[in-house]
Write a protein that binds this ligand. Structure first.
Ligand code: GLN
Length: 317
């Protein structure tokens, strides 16, 4: 007998309960400070949103407060690159010959593996991999920065802005990312100027979105690649599955195994404390709480996702 799809409890009530449990844990984490503008984030901000495919929005906390999406942008840059080069759904093309699809087991900004593996990053969810994705986008978009913003505006259903302060702060602190880009260039795995690639990358990280907008923007990945509000196809079902699969195995860096164990959904985190989650055929999730755990994922955010998914029986595994 197949196990039936679970019927959902009252999601608004569940979110309230989850927020109450998760919020106090924020103080066990640390707000990222290697990008100076992120260090001033309020540790006690917390928001969580679950947006159904039919558009119903369940929310708790500060869900309309914008924050820089940081590495969450890596999902959407990958989606754009898939739109451009993956149409034939091949597994060996100009994207996948230059970046892998395996978890790294290393921190998101580590250089060690990159040297050992000849400048081919393990996956597009770590910084080096996202730089390769941006390099590919520069070949295929007239304006790659605008293309990323346009995609996110379409998915969020609202105009978005950049956080200029975070952009400038990150531009002045991009030493590791610059080192990675140079290392990849030395192996012949970068086709544009290091500065041009870094510029696109930092712009994507500085896009400012709210928890509610990010939950909306994540839904198409659980809806066979179709944006549910407009019916617009963003990716084929096969490519949407692939994007979600990479989130599941690589989206939370060297804690991806722990996320699969505890949360059981494709997730992607950013150092400003946001985490998005895909609930296939049901909803998009986003949680935001700035303090991070040692792997660079929102500490209270992980707890909130674990509690939410457990109470609603939504894990995919
Ligand atoms: N902009 C950040 C960086 O390059 C993104 C990292 C993250 O969100 N994990 O370090």
């Amino acid at each position: 007998m197949p196990v039936p799809e679970p019927s959902l409890p009252d999601l608004d009530r569940v979110l309230e309960e989850v927020a109450e449990i998760a919020r106090p844990h924020a103080f066990e984490g640390e707000v990222a400070d290697y990008i100076p503008a992120l260090a001033t984030a309020d540790a006690d901000r917390f928001g969580m949103a679950a947006v159904d495919l039919d558009g119903t929005e369940h929310v708790t906390g500060e869900v309309d407060e914008p924050f820089p999406i940081q590495s969450i942008s890596k999902v959407f840059s990958l989606v754009l690159a898939m739109q451009k080069v993956d149409q034939a759904e091949g597994v060996a093309n100009e994207l996948w010959s230059r970046v892998g699809r395996e978890p790294s087991g290393d921190p998101f900004n580590s250089l060690v593996q990159l040297e050992r593996e000849s400048g081919v990053p393990r996956n597009p969810m770590i910084n080096a991999g996202a730089l390769i994705v941006d390099d590919v986008l520069l070949d295929h978009c007239d304006d790659a920065k605008q293309a990323t913003l346009d995609l996110l505006e379409l998915l969020a259903g609202e105009p978005l802005e950049l956080n200029e302060g975070v952009l400038r702060s990150e531009q002045g602190a991009a030493h590791r990312n610059r080192a990675m880009a140079n290392l990849m260039a030395s192996f012949g795995n970068l086709t544009h100027e290091v500065d041009e690639v870094l510029d696109d990358y930092t712009h994507a990280c500085a896009i400012s979105m709210t928890t509610r907008q990010l939950a909306r923007a994540t839904r198409f990945l659980g809806n066979g690649g179709v944006e549910p509000r407009t019916g617009e196809r963003i990716l084929s079902p096969a490519l949407a599955k692939r994007a979600a699969a990479i989130m599941f195995t690589c989206g939370t860096y060297d804690a991806a195994g722990e996320f699969a164990f505890q949360v059981g959904l494709p997730c992607k985190s950013g150092v400003a404390g946001g985490i998005i989650g895909v609930v296939p055929r049901r909803m998009g999730l986003c949680v935001w709480s700035p303090p991070l755990d040692v792997a660079g994922n929102s500490l209270a955010g992980r707890i909130a996702l674990h509690e939410f998914v457990s109470r609603c029986d939504l894990s995919i595994v």
